[in-house]
Design a binder for this molecule. Structure first.
Ligand code: PEP
Ligand code: MN
Length: 504
């Protein structure tokens, strides 16, 4: 059997490189490669390779029995240093022997390792079935949207960290065929670890579909057996807990509308006393961190040890493109105070399909431990939350488009995001204080006008500033900062008062 060996290019390969580039079939090659391929072209390319090898790309000759039969490379993307693009070519007489598949497998491993990439992309002309197969065999997944009408893009990620949990499944279990078909399709996606399905649906208004209840649990259990995926459902009352356990549901989640009510949470905790089951606690609908933490404490007291948080966004007065406003600082603060894994339910945050990708990416950038994504075999026909559900196929391509970061870099981002949101809050307090400060200055202006007092009283101001400088020094603030800030504030106050007194 012929063995494919990738080796680095050397200046002595020039003649073979020229021969290769002139002989190779160009039907599907990028126009970037000149034809005829001259000595200068080869000199330029070998020089470029020497400069960039191991830094901005990995470039290899594909050899069999010591002869160069092709070329393969992954070049780092200049806009995103964690992404690279695959390119390869192989002499026609060596097609269909598995050589390209093998060369792509090897270069991907080298590129992930040497360039520390998160993902590798590849562009393919739609009719190039052989290349499409090579990529698919190597675990590349085609994005649903093409680059152009006839060019498709495929993506291969460095392995999703095993600790990233993807929970997927329909908003509601609707029928036996719906849940089984959805589960079977989801089971083919390796990242999916848990099948969700709502059995009792909390609806805003009565009369809408409120879930299948007990018969739905029978189907959910069947779906588990057919697909091999463990299952999760929402429980809101002790009766729900009893039935879910009776039908071997593997994990439970407490919904946002339940977590707002400590009476309900306590009843659930009591019902779960002594039960060894995984419990996910969603954030309450209102942005109330204490209430969320309180729910965890109730379950902890009941002896539940396997607890995780689900962030699903908050009802909020601000207009926003989200169904539930994410307010990322709240889940970040939760994980600072409680040592629990955090799952982001992007479906209920977004409420639509379009925002799922950027929101999931943001969650991963903030080191979320997993994602909950509603998937339905036929989302448009879903009885609940049709607008936000996606097909298992779309989930596959969504996952392929995401960049899974190392937990370490994510943690750094998460800590930074927490600190940044603290800065935002402080800045907004500073602004409010400044506004109040100026308001009082104006009142003083009115008073001075009434009593015919001069605007500037230099002695008083000098003393105040000296006091501020020494108090600031005790707080670790430099005299330069204090002088600058208070001079600016004082100046603005004088201008306001002068305007009021008509001296302007
Ligand atoms: C759900 O997950 O289907 C659900 C109702 O979620 P939430 O409690 O977050 O609204
Ligand atoms: Mn839903």
């Amino acid at each position: 059997m012929n063995i494919v060996v990738l080796r680095k290019w050397s200046p002595t390969d020039k003649a073979e490189l020229i021969a290769l580039c002139n002989a190779v079939d160009r039907t599907y090659l990028s126009d970037r490669m000149p034809f005829p391929y001259t000595e200068e072209d080869a000199d330029w390319w070998l020089g470029m390779v020497r400069l960039n090898e191991g830094k901005n790309g990995v470039f290899r000759a594909i050899t069999v029995d010591g002869r160069i039969i092709g070329s393969v490379s992954v070049e780092r993307n200049s806009d995103n240093r964690k992404e690279g693009e695959l390119g390869y070519m192989l002499l026609t007489e060596h097609w269909s022997k598995g050589f390209a598949t093998e060369a792509v497998a090897q270069i991907c491993e080298i590129a992930f390792h040497e360039l520390d990439l998160d993902k590798i992309t590849a562009k393919v002309y739609e009719p190039n079935i052989a290349s499409i197969k090579v990529l698919e065999k190597n675990g590349f997944i085609f994005e649903s949207h093409g680059v152009t009408a006839d060019i498709k893009q495929a993506v291969k990620r460095s392995e999703t960290p095993a600790s990233t949990t993807i929970i997927a499944g329909p908003c509601s279990v609707e029928s036996e065929t719906q849940i089984i078909a959805t589960a079977q399709a989801l089971a083919k996606i390796p990242e999916v670890k848990l099948l969700r399905g709502g059995i009792w649906k909390p609806r805003t208004r009565p009369g809408a579909f409120e879930g299948r209840g007990e018969e739905g649990l029978v189907w959910l259990r069947e779906a588990k057996h057919e697909s091999g995926l463990p299952t999760a459902t929402e429980v809101a009352t002790p009766d729900h807990v009893e039935l879910a356990l009776k039908y071997d549901v593997d994990a439970l989640w407490i919904g946002a509308r339940t977590v707002v009510n400590p009476f309900s949470v306590q009843q659930l905790a009591d019902a779960l006393q002594g039960v060894d089951i995984l419990v996910y606690v969603k954030n309450p609908v209102s942005p109330d961190l204490k209430l969320w933490i309180g729910a965890f404490e109730r379950f902890q007291k009941a002896g539940i040890t396997r607890l995780s948080a689900i962030h699903r966004g908050f009802s909020y007065y601000k207009e926003s493109p989200y169904r539930n406003y994410p307010m990322w600082e709240i889940p970040i603060e939760l994980t600072r105070q409680l040592n629990v894994p955090l799952i982001t339910d992007v479906s209920h945050i977004c409420g639509n399909r379009e925002l799922l990708l950027p929101t999931a990416q943001k969650a991963l950038d903030l080191a979320t431990d997993g994602l909950m994504i509603e998937c339905h075999i036929n989302p448009d026909e879903a009885l609940t939350d049709a607008l936000q559900q996606i097909t298992p196929e779309a989930l596959k391509s969504l996952l392929a488009s995401l960049t899974f970061r190392s937990k370490q870099s994510g943690k750094v981002e998460r800590d930074l995001a927490g600190l940044r949101s603290e800065i935002d809050d402080i800045d907004s307090e500073l602004l409010q204080l400044l506004a109040r400060r100026m308001e009082v200055s104006s009142q003083i202006g009115e008073y001075k006008k009434l009593n015919n007092v001069a605007v500037v009283q230099m002695d008083r101001w000098k003393k105040i500033l000296d006091d501020h400088v020494s108090t600031g020094a005790e707080m670790g603030l430099s005299p330069i900062l204090i002088n600058k800030v208070f001079e600016a504030i004082h100046q603005e106050s004088i201008e306001r008062q002068s305007r009021i007194m008509g001296n302007d």
